[in-house]
Design a protein around this ligand. Structure first.
Ligand SMILES: [Cu+2]
Length: 150
């Protein structure tokens, strides 16, 4: 009797594990899409990268920074209107990425600031960017360098 009970339990545990693997287990906790940076002109000091970031977990998180092969320091910035000009400002508390939502980092908006570029960014290049979250999660992505607009 007790052996039968144990067997039934094992089957249940196995089924639960399978359901987990086949369901949300296949989905990455964070998904980065369309990561790109604009080509730099002349001798660059800084650059910026843009991307779409989805939080597929059940927990709100905050993008607080990162690291990259392309630059010394990574900061998360936003743009604000200051009179007639748009100025950049670091998001010191990071960028909230709520559970189940996608945030968009785009030109003239929130962006990944690449401070102290190690080299000029040339169209066609790719570089590595790792995003760091408040929860401790780290997500690696590749950033594609695109040509300057005419
Ligand atoms: Cu910036």
């Amino acid at each position: 009797m007790s052996l039968r009970f144990l067997t039934a339990c094992s089957v249940f545990v196995l089924l639960a594990a399978t359901a987990f693997a086949g369901g949300r287990g296949e989905q990455e906790p964070f998904r980065v899409q369309d990561a790109w940076a604009r080509e730099t002109a002349g001798i660059p000091r800084n650059g910026a990268a843009y991307l779409r970031l989805s939080n597929n977990t059940d927990t709100d998180d905050v993008l607080i920074g990162g690291q990259s092969t392309a630059a010394e320091v990574i900061e998360i910035h936003t743009h604000e209107r200051n009179g007639d000009v748009m100025v950049m400002r670091p998001l010191h508390d990071g960028l909230p990425v709520p559970a189940g939502e996608t945030v968009v980092l785009e030109p003239m908006g929130i962006h990944v600031m690449l401070i102290g570029l190690n080299h000029a960014l040339e169209a066609g290049q790719r570089f590595e960017l790792e995003l760091h979250f408040e929860s401790g999660a780290r997500v690696k992505t590749e950033v594609e360098v695109r040509p300057l607009r005419n």
